[in-house]
Design a protein around this ligand. Structure first.
Ligand SMILES: Cc1cc2nc3c(=O)[nH]c(=O)nc-3n(C[C@H](O)[C@H](O)[C@H](O)COP(=O)(O)O)c2cc1C
Length: 302
């Protein structure tokens, strides 16, 4: 690859050890960024040529990306790039998605293209999922390390990272979605009189094995599914507290028709929040995109 290539690294300084001990969600997040990048370049007449997990002594190197010029951009890439600007995580109760059968088939195909399986766990799974979610929340109340970590990346308001107040359900609304991670209360709420029961479809994203490549692919699939939902006017929320511990991950596997490794749950539905959600602040570009001097052995040299 030439000198203008990009390399994608995970940043171990951002790892949340009490939440994400193996760095699985860190790699999934990087996969989501990779899919965003792919759509954005495609819509700007560059086709990314992605080499995932290239051989390297550096464990943080997740992908090398070269670029080939294109004469035209695909309509899908343009629409998904515009969805990047509008997509937000919606943690409030959602209404059931309309015309769901056709949308689900579309989302399943998108996930498969990225190398992951997507499945609707259906209403029949909701009671078991909500029950295990409540138990997980209870266990974590008694885990001071997790709580300290949660407060560090959400609910502090001092730094721009993490889940800001306006993206966290208010104390009135906090327990209306049973299938959700518990955050410190924020200011997000639905208008008075709107349905308070969550009727979102519950999707499970899974992979046949649990390698770092599967995690990266899961992140790419997650991003592609979220953007396709945004493009169709649907609200989404990734849910991962149930994939972080073996017992709840096993339950997800039992509820699934496939014998795969559960990676991420996604709630999908029609949003009912009062007004447009404020965008979650992003880290400055200078923190996430850095120029490196190439070295003969391909190691990093900032
Ligand atoms: C791997 C991964 C796991 C996530 N897990 C959760 C979760 O358990 N609960 C939740 O409310 N949001 C979850 N999210 C959503 C992030 O908190 C959210 O994407 C981030 O704060 C940026 O906000 P935005 O999606 O509104 O842009 C997850 C996102 C990723 C990529």
């Amino acid at each position: 690859m030439g000198t203008a290539d990009l390399q994608l690294f995970s940043d171990p300084d951002r790892l949340l050890p009490a939440t994400d001990a193996f760095g699985r969600q860190m790699v999934i997040s990087c996969g989501a960024a990779l899919n965003h990048l792919e759509y954005a370049f495609e819509s700007n007449l560059w086709r990314p040529v992605i080499h995932r997990l290239p051989h390297s002594a550096d464990r943080e190197l997740l992908a090398k990306i070269g670029f080939a010029p294109e004469s035209s951009s695909s309509d899908v890439a343009v629409r998904m790039t515009s969805a990047i600007e509008r997509r937000r995580t919606d943690r409030l109760p959602l209404q059931a998605p309309p015309e769901w059968k056709a949308t689900l088939e579309h989302l399943v195909r998108i996930a498969a293209r990225a190398g992951a399986e997507l499945e609707d766990l259906g209403e029949r799974s909701r009671p078991a999922l909500e029950d295990v979610s409540r138990r997980m929340t209870g266990l974590r109340h008694d885990d001071p390390t997790y709580q300290a970590e949660l407060r560090w990346w959400s609910g502090r308001g001092l730094f721009p990272d993490g889940v800001p107040e306006q993206a966290r359900p208010s104390s009135r609304q906090q327990h209306s979605v049973h299938l959700s991670r518990e955050f410190p209360p924020g200011s997000a709420g639905t208008p008075d009189g709107s349905p308070s029961e969550d009727r979102a479809a519950i999707l499970l994203l899974s992979t046949s094995s649990d390698s770092r490549l599967d995690w990266l692919r899961s992140g790419e699939a997650l991003s592609a599914v979220l953007l396709a939902c945004t493009d169709r006017g649907l609200a989404t929320c990734p849910v991962t507290h149930l994939t972080e511990r073996a017992p709840s991950r096993t339950l997800l596997r039992e509820l699934s028709a496939a014998d795969n490794l559960p990676q991420v749950l996604i709630r999908v539905g029609v949003g009912a929040r009062a007004g447009e959600p404020a965008p979650t602040p992003r880290r400055p570009l200078s923190e996430v995109l850095v120029r490196e001097r190439p070295t003969p052995d391909g190691e990093r040299n900032r």
